[in-house]
Design a protein around this ligand. Sequence first.
Ligand SMILES: Cc1ncc(COP(=O)(O)O)c(C=O)c1O
Ligand SMILES: Nc1c(O)cccc1C(=O)C[C@H](N)C(=O)O
Length: 398
Amino acid sequence: MPTDFNATRAAFDLPEGVIYLDGNSLGPLPRGAVDRLAQVARDEWGQHLIRAWNSAGWMDQPDMIGDRIARLIGADPGSVTVGDTLSVKVFQALSAALELAPDRKIILSDNGNFPSDLYMAQGLIGALDRGHRLVTPAPQEVEAHLSEDVAVLMLTEVDYRTGRRHDMARLTRRAQELGIVTVWDLAHSAGAVDLDIAGLGVDFAVGCTYKFLNGGPGAPGFIAVRPDLADRVRPSLSGWLGHEAPFAFDQDYRPAEGVRRLRVGTPPVLAMAALETALDVWDRVDMADLRDRSLALSSHFIDAVEAQCPDVTLATPRDPAARGSQVSFRHPQGYAVMQALIAEGVIGDFRAPDILRFGITPLFIDEGDLDRAAGILARILKDGSWDRPEFHRRVAVT
Ligand SMILES: Cc1ncc(COP(=O)(O)O)c(C=O)c1O
Ligand SMILES: Nc1c(O)cccc1C(=O)C[C@H](N)C(=O)O
């Protein structure tokens, strides 16, 4: 059955008068989430107390939720688990990947990667102190840097600023030919594009659930490991819930089977409850339909803005195959322009130095929203109303 995007739109509670084009940073509230959070708090936590780890299945939830995410990213069932933050999941995946290529010293990423991924690599290199080196060419130069000296290729598939999408199939294949372990960050891909990480034989994939997946602020990260690799992974963050028998309380660490060894500590039960309601919506979505709709909406928005706003330049690739599910434009005063847009109810965001970023999220936006947003942007740029002192004042979190 084709995906009913009117039904998915009705599943979200968006404030009246807001056009929300920032679901690529924090997805909106699924209607079911408030009741589900209240029920888990009142009935499971309140009434079952500690018994709820068994009676409400809290302890198994990271893997159950992992299986629901697996379908969305084209991973095998049983190869994904959730918990911790994405930054932690990046650290785990990278350290496990380096262990699998002990004689090589280069971590290859790119200079458009999200800083936390690069910071995590820098921190891990320092902790290991074994002479590893992080190499970060421009995104389009990555392929030329692949060689038998590279231990790990660690990339974010969709660039958080420009929305440029790496050719994951091509780079993964090339890495495999050269014996390079692959770590893909799907933060801007999961719930945004159609993926087939099992088909490509990706070694590790990580991502977050609070962006396109709409799991809520602080929703847990996920990690996927290639099933035939999982039992060779030596976890660096060897927490008790990744142990083969956590409740044996042994003194020595023995990893659990499969991806369970990449669990660390106590699952975030309330956050997972909210995420489950978001996944109830995703259960009704076919990812090929999502990709088609995302590309159609993105092209529609690009055309509408370019027809009316000569002062901005497109930062996202024009080739649909080379973009994720966001559209970015450059404007020298992008920060103030975005604040003015937000004041008018069009919520996107700004990324330094000059990027106006708009998330294209087919689950809850349509052509009408995008036409209105483009019209408001055109008006603001034309009448100069963005150039007021209050719109130049910096807020802490952008
Ligand atoms: C590509 C990428 N990696 C890592 C992160 C960091 O995620 P977290 O704050 O959940 O650790 C983000 C977003 O913040 C991101 O976009
Ligand atoms: N995770 C975020 C947060 O806790 C506060 C504000 C923004 C974020 C983000 O997700 C930033 C995001 N990774 C980005 O693409 O810019």
